[in-house]
Design a protein around this ligand. Structure first.
Ligand SMILES: CC(C)(COP(=O)(O)OP(=O)(O)OC[C@H]1O[C@@H](n2cnc3c(N)ncnc32)[C@H](O)[C@@H]1OP(=O)(O)O)[C@@H](O)C(=O)NCCC(=O)NCCS
Length: 166
């Protein structure tokens, strides 16, 4: 296992998008997709405070939160990352796109990069995600990425796990 934090933030360059660290100048663009403890930010200040907590979680080795940047513009289109379980080799993936960037394939590319990093760099033996049963876009995304449903959870939630020989 190779847990965060690393000597430098694990930026990952893909063909059309990259996973990179979120900088203070990005915050104004990502307020509506800034969450911490299931609370959504509504102001730049709140989103900045949340980003500071997210940075602490990375420094403590509990999570990796990437900004997904379109390579041509370097603009953040969404975020994804591992938010729980790294210490036991089981990363919970989460993700969100800004509404105007949905339906264009950005998240499938981003999650593929995050999965590859999770398996080959962190050394995860299980990758999983939770979503609500009515979140059709998340379910389609997870199934496209080779996740299978493994459990019904409380409050209409379902658990998906990446199917492969890890
Ligand atoms: C879940 C979420 C990230 C999915 O976003 P998405 O845009 O549907 O997923 P992708 O970026 O992979 O795009 C795939 C869609 O783009 C379409 N698409 C268009 N151009 C494409 C291209 N060049 N390449 C690939 N797909 C393309 C695909 O057909 C697919 O649409 P479909 O599902 O109707 O078939 C998004 O709905 C979201 O942010 N939701 C709120 C947060 C959330 O629910 N997170 C999930 C937690 S598990």
């Amino acid at each position: 296992m190779n847990l965060p934090p690393y000597s430098s933030f694990p930026n990952i360059v893909g063909n059309t998008i990259s996973l990179r660290q979120i900088t203070p100048s990005d915050i104004k663009d990502i307020i509506e997709i800034s969450y911490y403890d299931a609370v959504q930010a509504t102001t730049v200040d709140q989103a900045s405070e949340m980003q500071a907590k997210i940075n602490n979680d990375y420094s403590d080795g509990n999570s990796i939160h990437w900004g997904i940047a379109e390579n041509i513009t370097n603009k953040i289109v969404g975020t994804c990352g591992y938010y729980r379980g790294l210490d036991i080799g089981a990363g919970e993936l989460g993700c969100v796109l800004l509404p105007k960037y949905r339906g264009q394939g950005f998240m499938s590319l981003a999650m593929s990069l995050a999965i590859e990093f999770g398996i080959n760099q962190i050394g995860l033996t299980r990758i999983w995600a939770e979503t609500s049963q009515d979140n059709e876009n998340a379910i389609k995304l997870l199934e496209r990425l080779n996740f299978i449903k493994i459990a019904d959870l409380a409050d209409n939630y379902i658990e998906y796990e990446l199917k492969q020989n890890l």
